[in-house]
Design a protein around this ligand. Sequence first.
Ligand code: HEC
Length: 190
Amino acid sequence: MIYNHNLTLGFCPAPPLTPPEFTLSQDQKFFDMYSIVIIVVLLVAFLAYLIKIYDLTQEVYVSDTTEIQAAVAERIRPVGQVNRSSEEQKSSAPIIKISPEPIATAMTGLEVYNTACIACHSVGVGGAPITGDVTAWTERIARGAAMLKNNAVQGYIGSVGYMPPKGGRPDISDAEVEAAVDYMIGEVEL
Ligand code: HEC
């Protein structure tokens, strides 16, 4: 007789593959939670990656080290060079760069005027005689250029207002202020 297992044991239903309480909504919860974990992990990894990139590149592009400077100098070196004789090259002493001391040059009358006088004398601030205004200047010029220069340097309280010494610029030399007065007188006589 053929031994029939099934028959012997009788009907035995297969157990459910998943426990009945393991529902779709739990699946969903599991998925949600792990998505969040994965996203956080990815963000942290990305941040670490950015920091690493920053570390690797930042130094290179902003550093001012001698090697980098030398590399740059080499890259932008002119193609041609002056062909010095070999003797000269052998004995070439270190090149001394001569940077001339800036010479303090006196400003011209016009320059002084534009720097220190124009603010008042172009529009007549506080009664200042406007440059080029013949009526305003005729009487003053009649008093003589020397007096006008002296008043411009020392300061002057006239009938219309107050002219501050050197126009409020003590750093300008007397001669420069006088040159500016000459310029202003010249503007009237034109
Ligand atoms: C803050 C305004 C102001 C500035 C800046 C100024 N002036 Fe005057 N200046 C005056 C006024 C106001 C008078 C008229 C004073 C009066 O006659 O009452 C005057 C008058 C003068 C006069 C006539 C003086 C006289 O004896 O009549 C001369 C010259 C003059 N200024 C030259 C200059 C020069 C040069 C500068 C620049 C270095 C200068 N001023 C800058 C306000 C100014």
